[in-house]
Design a protein around this ligand. Structure first.
Ligand code: DAK
Length: 264
């Protein structure tokens, strides 16, 4: 799964409970600006991750200075309306992150701007280093968020904050991002990635079936009414009573031992 713009590493440190993928955006000269080539590579990485049963959690990260400073402005600048329409710009490869059925954690240090912030929001949750800065500065370029930012940021932080961020282009620091619910937690910069890996290990050790169903349910909360969401949750919850992992998880609790999940 090695690439030029996305470097992947498989970490086998879950004590026999499968592996974690560390996917690092790697365009340092452009602060990880997201061009088509990079997004195609990420698409391939996610396909490989989803197909391999041994891979149980993926961490998406960037550099200390930038998670990603946005879509690549130099690549976008010459494009016309017909260009972006015909090539299905953005939708073609970006939404693959949001459609991945297995867990993805965004580990954000430094800038997560424009498409970078949108990419982080497509992940399941965001862990931020205290250096993280989030923003939707597209307004400064004479455009607006185009990869879901106006919709996802509003769902994360509410209308007023999303409107202010998108209309002014102001950046939000990590503490503010945690306060308003954009990130789940802020971690110290010194040991940032190691702490994120610990969180990923915790996720990786669960039953993958339960993890995937939980992810599907929480994502459904954004797309339907409360009563339909609860009905959906109840159906999936009932279906879990057919899994070996439910039997094993509950037996392990009663027998005061660690569960041995088999994803069945
Ligand atoms: N694209 C391309 N190159 C970028 C870049 C970007 N987004 N951000 C930084 N770079 C490049 C810089 O050009 C510079 O390259 P060289 O000049 O050295 O060749 C190098 O990275 C280092 O950047 P700086 O010299 O600017 O570094 P500083 O530390 O001074 O400043 C910064 C860091 C993050 C504050 C600054 O680089 C910055 O403001 N970057 C741009 C941030 C931004 O505006 N992001 C939003 C991009 S727009 C759609 C349409 C639009 C979109 C989506 C969909 N559809 C039509 C569907 C929009 C998406 C966006 O994300």
């Amino acid at each position: 799964m090695a690439g030029k713009n996305v470097i992947t590493e498989t970490l086998d440190n879950t004590n026999g409970n499968g592996s974690i993928v560390l996917a690092t955006l790697n365009r340092p000269d452009a602060l990880n600006a997201l061009n088509d080539e990079l997004m195609d590579e990420l698409f391939t990485v996610l396909d490989g991750y989803e197909k391999d049963d041994d891979l149980r959690c993926l961490i998406l990260t960037g550099s200390d200075k930038a998670f990603a400073a946005g879509a690549d402005i130099k690549q976008m600048q010459p494009k016309s309306y017909m260009d972006v329409y015909k090539e299905d710009f953005i939708s073609r490869n970006w939404e693959r992150v949001a459609s991945c059925r297995k867990p993805i954690i965004a580990a954000v240090s430094g800038y997560a701007l424009g498409g970078g912030c949108e990419l982080a929001m497509m992940c399941d949750f965001i862990l931020a280093s205290e250096t993280a800065k989030f923003g939707q500065p597209e307004i400064n370029l004479g455009v607006m968020p185009g990869a879901g930012g106006s919709q996802r940021l509003t769902r994360f932080v509410g209308k007023s904050k999303a409107m202010e961020m998108c209309l002014t282009g102001r950046m939000m620091d990590a503490d503010e991002a945690e306060r308003v619910g954009l990130v789940s937690r802020v971690l110290k910069k010194e040991n940032f990635l190691a702490e994120v890996v610990e969180v990923a290990i915790t996720v990786a050790k669960k039953s993958l079936i339960a993890t995937m169903m939980t992810k599907e349910c929480i994502n459904r909360a954004y797309e339907t009414t409360l009563s339909e969401g609860i009905r959906f949750e109840r159906r999936l919850f009932h279906s879990m009573f057919s899994t070996a992992d439910k039997t094993e998880g509950m037996a392990a609790f009663i027998e005061k031992r660690d569960p041995d999940f088999t994803d069945e």
